[in-house]
Design a binder for this molecule. Sequence first.
Ligand SMILES: [Ca+2]
Ligand SMILES: [Ca+2]
Ligand SMILES: [Ca+2]
Length: 310
Amino acid sequence: MKSMTHKRTKASLRRIGACAVALWMTAAGAWGGGIVSPLYVGNLVPVLDQYGRPMAGSNRSAEAARRSRVEIRTIAHGPVQPPSADGTAHPDNPLVSTNSVGGIGMNTATDHSGLFCMVFPNRLPPGTKIFARAYNAPTVAEASFYADTAIGVAPGEGRTSLVLTFGTAQPLDSGDDDGDGLANSWEKALGTDDRLTSDYDGDGMGDQQEMIAGTDLKNADVRLAFRSIQQESSSAKSPGAASSPIRMCFQSVPGKSYQLQFADTLVGQQAFNNVGEVVTAKEGQTEIDLAVELSEAKASGVFRVVLVSP
Ligand SMILES: [Ca+2]
Ligand SMILES: [Ca+2]
Ligand SMILES: [Ca+2]
């Protein structure tokens, strides 16, 4: 176990060194070819945004302004302090230097990898406690979520790299000004923060419910709802069926799964029972058509669709 960890660590260090080799060459040239032993700081496990996707960023210069921001900060004393709701860092966690700001993908070969690598030609004093903070946007002002790494300690000359590991993305502003269950940071990320309302598009489905359902919070034509329900003519009735099929159509989101249910009435404690199997919307499928036959004839009743997958 020990040797596996050792091997993995060695491999990790090589990978960090490789990702920053271009910058290392630049630094060596600038110093006239003298002995250079910079410190590489980076991550090997992608930092994820609020949706669980690797944060975006590319090494292409045309994409520079769109890289998710990464900062290396120090700890004056105490634990790492969270940033304020507008993203401003706590005074106890100053930047290592004015240059200790970079971006996801800046020195990596793959786009939108959630990886960063920063080079410190002037090594930090050994023992300096540092951490990285990534924002889900190119600037603090645009960001809605951030992620911090655990604290790392700057190594002595014998080591050239320091691997940091990020925690999960946290909202910068966990308040809920419009009381709809969605944190202000989610409202900002979803673009619904310019008005205080729990149903931004006014389609009758709340913002939080739309986010869970995967429907568009800013389009009143899109929500989890039936488009049509009607009973087919008696000629469509199967032999032995209690009644002719009921054909229905409801809006769906690709990848989400739904269960149709039926109850005789909404009065009292009437339970809904499953009708048919769970249905999953395929890629590009924004409507699901079903024709169902009930086991016994009903004069009336209520159908509903339940979202069964996140
Ligand atoms: Ca809210
Ligand atoms: Ca809505
Ligand atoms: Ca909607």
